[in-house]
Design a protein around this ligand. Structure first.
Ligand SMILES: [Zn+2]
Length: 142
């Protein structure tokens, strides 16, 4: 005898936009909590500045952000995409920053492109670009 399974009818409602936003905020908080401060992670760094230019696939500047990090600041180095994906995509600058600091460079220019699909199953990617300038000052004597 095959066991008989009853199929429960389930409403196909995923999280709505507001719930998604809350989830993203919780995720961000969790990440900051885990990330530690700049001093803990990179004791040789006195000051870290990240300049972000968000650029649309057409080449228009969407937004410019400058972030300053001091020794007591949390190492949250991710940037949410401001392009057509509506914030689903994000850029993680962590590995780049790590590389810059481990090689003790003072500055680094980087560009990334958001590969997020416009919607699930879409063939189109967001394609927005992030230009990112990383500047690092090191503690004297280190
Ligand atoms: Zn995007």
């Amino acid at each position: 005898m095959q066991p008989v399974y009853k199929h429960k009818k389930r409403k196909a409602a995923g999280p709505n936009k507001n719930e998604k936003k809350v989830m993203r905020e919780m995720e961000a908080e969790r990440r900051i909590g885990m990330a530690g401060t700049l001093k803990e992670r990179y004791p040789s760094v006195q000051r870290l500045t990240i300049q972000l230019n968000f650029i649309s696939p057409q080449g228009h500047l969407l937004e410019q952000q400058t972030r300053h990090y001091g020794p007591a600041d949390a190492c949250d180095f991710s940037a949410t995409c401001l392009g057509r994906c509506g914030g689903t995509g994000s850029f993680d600058l962590e590995s780049k920053i790590k590389e810059v600091i481990s090689t003790r460079r003072a500055a680094s220019d980087n560009t990334g492109t958001c590969q997020e699909k416009l919607y699930p199953g879409s063939a189109d990617c967001c394609g927005s670009r992030l230009q990112c300038k990383i500047e690092v000052s090191y503690q004297p004597g280190n």
